[in-house]
Ligand binder design. Structure first.
Ligand SMILES: [Zn+2]
Length: 118
C-alpha cells in the first residue's frame, strides 16, 4: 500500500465522519490510525501526505497519531502466543511445549477515532 492513497482514504473517512452534524463549522484536530505490523506504513511519510491533502479542509493542521499492532508468534501445537520483536531472531519453537511457531501479524489499517473542535 502506498501512503498517498492511505492518507487520502483516511482524510475522506475523517471528513465524512466529522461532517455528520448539520453543517456546523468544525475542525478536526486529531486523527488516530491503527495499523498492523505488516501494513508497512511509515508515519513520517503518511503525515507528510496528510498535511498536504488536508490543506484547505477542516482537517488542516490535524495531529496524526499512528498506533501499530505488533506481530506475534503463535504455537501451532498449543496456541501459546508470544510478542514478536522484529529486531530479534525468530524463535521457531514454542517456549511452552517445543511445538512449531508461526508468525502472525495484521496488515489491516483503519481509522480508530477523530477528535473535533467546533
Ligand atoms: Zn506450544
Amino acid at each position: 500500500m502506498h501512503e498517498a492513497a492511505i492518507a487520502q482514504a483516511i482524510l475522506d473517512t475523517a471528513l465524512t465522519a466529522a461532517g455528520q452534524d448539520g453543517g456546523k463549522k468544525i475542525k478536526i484536530i486529531r486523527i488516530v490510525i491503527v495499523a498492523g505490523a505488516l501494513a508497512g506504513i511509515e508515519q513520517p511519510s503518511l503525515e507528510m501526505y496528510l498535511t498536504e491533502l488536508a490543506r484547505g479542509t477542516p482537517a488542516e493542521g490535524t495531529v496524526l497519531e499512528l498506533k501499530s499492532t505488533p506481530a506475534r508468534l503463535v504455537c501451532r501445537t498449543c496456541g501459546h502466543a508470544m510478542p514478536f520483536d522484529s529486531g530479534r531472531t525468530v524463535d521457531v519453537q514454542c517456549d511452552q511445549c517445543g511445538g512449531p511457531n508461526r508468525l502472525e501479524a495484521d496488515d489491516a489499517c483503519y481509522l480508530e477515532s477523530i477528535e473535533v473542535e467546533s
